[in-house]
Design a protein around this ligand. Structure first.
Ligand SMILES: [Fe+2]
Ligand SMILES: [Fe+2]
Length: 196
């Protein structure tokens, strides 16, 4: 975060000292783009952040992904554009969710002596990524098997979520002090914001 703002400040100073109008317009556009991007990121992370706790935030994201999967399961073969948009949305949402878990939560799970569990959950994530990629390809080719693939992803996703919400995350939560919970929540939100 600090590195990025330092780099951005350095760039502004260099161009400000001898920049052409075209360059200056480009910089203004870049700045506006950064603001829009920060606003979009804040909006994407808002529900997770509002949950107030890392575990509640992840549960909210599970529910959002579940809803998208339900919407996909309700599509028909002719809904080509809708399917593509929903798959993209899922890849985006799952990507952010998985980064938060993989870069922060699973690392803490491993730190507390459960690296085997963290590894298994990581493997599940790859299966979901593979499933979504396959879904994207089937959708593009307008091939058969789209709904069957959606059903397989839903089953894998639900089993993974049950393990997280019923076993792994409550166990981790019980091991943490109140200060550690707060620190973990803020660390996870920071990671989510990066990729939101
Ligand atoms: Fe997960
Ligand atoms: Fe999860």
């Amino acid at each position: 975060m600090t590195d990025t703002s330092t780099r951005t400040m350095g760039r502004k100073m260099t161009i400000g000292n001898g920049g052409t109008p075209a360059l200056m317009a480009g910089v203004a556009g870049f700045g506006l783009g950064m603001m829009v991007s920060a606003g979009r990121k804040a909006a994407s992370q808002a529900a997770t952040f509002a949950a107030g706790d890392w575990f509640e935030g992840l549960k909210a994201e599970h529910q959002a992904a579940r809803t998208l999967l339900e919407q996909l399961a309700a599509t028909r073969e002719e809904d080509v554009a809708k399917r593509a948009a929903l798959v993209l949305e899922l890849q985006y949402a799952m990507g952010k969710h998985q980064v938060q878990e993989e870069y922060v939560i699973y690392c803490v799970v491993a730190e507390h002596g459960h690296s085997d569990v963290a590894e298994a959950l990581n493997t599940d994530h790859f299966e979901v990524k593979q499933g979504l990629y396959a879904l994207e390809m089937i959708g593009k080719a307008k091939g058969p098997g789209f709904l069957e693939k959606v059903a397989a992803i839903r089953t894998a996703f639900e089993s993974h979520v049950r393990e997280e919400e019923d076993v792994v995350f409550p166990t981790l939560q019980a091991m943490l002090t109140e200060d550690e919970k707060k620190a973990l929540t803020s660390r996870m939100n920071r990671e989510g914001f990066k990729v939101a």
